[in-house]
Design a protein around this ligand. Structure first.
Ligand code: CMC
Length: 431
């Protein structure tokens, strides 16, 4: 905990309470209200946690007003431009950029954990053929605790390490298998001579009858999608992982909880929702109708892939992702794809529309990642699983950080109760 030099005073009726104020490395000061209930007998009220810091962290920093995102102090633009996903994984997990030897060792470890226990294939086969790949991911990742007993003891640092490596290594295999299962194709095993992103593309698109030639532009774009989604501070799914972990649950159960939370359309499901919206719009001439609906207070419709809880400026991940989208679209062409034409036109219209400008609603990372994944040939149902596999390292890094914090305790929010006061039970015949 940072040293507290300042205090804030809270006055309720005639009583005053001094609250310690913590100053972070960057970002706004934080009022420490941990003793408030014991001292003053009041709770604080903050649904959606818009003003609440739930933990201390040294992993990721976001300045939403300025459009800044850093991991361990390094700007996301530098990491996406100069680094690659597995190096960023190392950085998030261990706090520093690796030396050449450390990176080689780490890559070797991850590469040699990519295969799944063979009996997990039976688990996949239990799902309905038309299951959403996210449903399969939630189930299969949760089930890892049944297959990898030797890395579920959270009090053993070595077991925590092995679980971390297993999750990062196996998530692409699980996501690719979920995809193959839903399209009725045989599973494709990982190959140790390919890098992380190329391996994933191959596991998704190769078939026994024909191998898949990995295009370096597509593999680079895939790696960037992974890198740009690797961590994002205390978002809904990360907070879910931390809350699940606060009870002492095993790592596979905690990550399964994170995947479940990520699935929603306001979070990781936005990339799928965005592409479905583009399909619904269908053609460039219908865009004005949808822009009008997005602005209409009486219509719940929102432009998916626009806006962000924290960024009130261009999302720095979206800036890099846009470059990748342009590169991929140039390689694969948009002329024949009306969906991508709608996306390009919608982006321009929304960026120049006063409603979106005034409310600071910029295209977010999911808008561009959806476009890239669509162009690569992924069905929309795979967009959120790809987000989940990318975010796994962030969830794990935050989970490890939480477990090594001696002050961590079970998460247990309170409430503003507005229900009935105590009342007499009435027998059923008298109601
Ligand atoms: N289209 C139209 N209007 C919008 C949109 C949108 N996409 N997003 C926000 N607004 C309006 C909203 O109606 C409100 O207007 P008013 O002040 O007049 O009531 C104002 O902007 C503020 O919105 P809010 O809902 O109070 O903001 P929030 O911080 O609670 O929501 C959000 C953030 C991301 C949930 C929201 O912008 C949204 O629903 N966007 C679409 C879904 C999406 O793309 N989500 C992915 C987020 S990025 C990936 C991730 O981190 O998971």
């Amino acid at each position: 905990m940072s040293e507290t030099k300042k205090t804030a005073t809270l006055t309720i009726d005639d009583a005053s309470y001094d609250l310690p104020v913590h100053s972070p490395t960057s970002g706004p000061d934080v009022l420490d209200i941990r003793k408030l209930y014991a001292q003053a007998g009041v709770f604080t009220y903050d649904p959606g946690f818009t003003s609440t810091a739930s933990c201390e962290s040294t992993i990721t920093y976001i300045d939403g007003e300025e459009g800044v995102l850093t991991h361990r102090g390094y700007a996301i633009g530098d990491l996406a431009g100069k680094s690659h996903y597995l190096e960023v994984c190392y950085l998030l997990l261990y706090g520093t950029l690796p030396t050449t030897t450390e990176l080689e060792e780490f890559e070797n470890t991850i590469t040699h954990h990519t295969m799944l226990h063979e009996q997990m294939v039976n688990f996949f086969r239990g799902f309905r053929r038309d299951a959403h790949p996210m449903a399969i991911m939630v189930g299969v990742v949760g089930a890892m605790s049944a297959f990898y007993h030797d890395s579920t003891d959270i009090n053993d640092p070595r077991q925590r390490e092995i679980a971390s490596h297993r999750l990062i290594a196996k998530m692409p295999t699980i996501a690719a298998m979920a995809y193959k299962y839903t399209i009725g194709q045989p599973f494709v095993s990982p190959r140790n001579d390919l890098d992380y992103a190329s391996n994933f593309l191959r596991m998704c698109f190769a078939v026994p009858a024909e191998d898949y030639e990995v295009n370096p532009i597509l593999s680079r774009a895939m790696d960037r999608i992974f890198t740009l989604h690797a961590d994002h501070e205390q978002n809904a799914s990360t907070s879910t992982v931390r809350l699940a972990s606060s009870s002492g649950a095993n790592p596979f159960a905690c990550i399964a909880a994170g995947i479940a939370c990520l699935w929603g359309p306001a979070h990781g499901g936005a990339n799928q929702a965005c592409l479905e919206m583009l399909k619904e719009i269908g053609s460039v001439d219908r865009i004005p109708e949808y822009i009008a609906r997005a602005k209409d207070k009486n219509d719940p419709f929102r432009l998916m892939g626009f806006g962000h809880r924290v960024y009130k400026n261009m999302d720095p991940r979206a800036t890099v992702m846009k470059e990748s989208a342009d590169e991929v679209l140039e390689l694969l062409g948009v002329e024949d794809n009306p969906l991508l034409q709608v996306a390009k036109e919608l982006e321009q219209i929304a960026l120049n529309d006063p409603y979106f400008k005034d409310k600071k609603l910029f295209p977010n990372v999911d808008f561009y990642s959806g476009i890239i994944l669509e162009a690569m040939g992924f069905p929309t149902s795979m967009f959120t699983p790809i987000f989940a596999l990318s975010r796994t390292v962030g969830w794990i890094s935050q989970w490890k950080e939480q477990l090594s914090d001696p002050a961590h305790k079970i998460g247990r929010p309170r409430q503003l109760y507005l229900g009935e006061d105590v009342r007499e039970y009435v027998d059923i015949e008298n109601r």
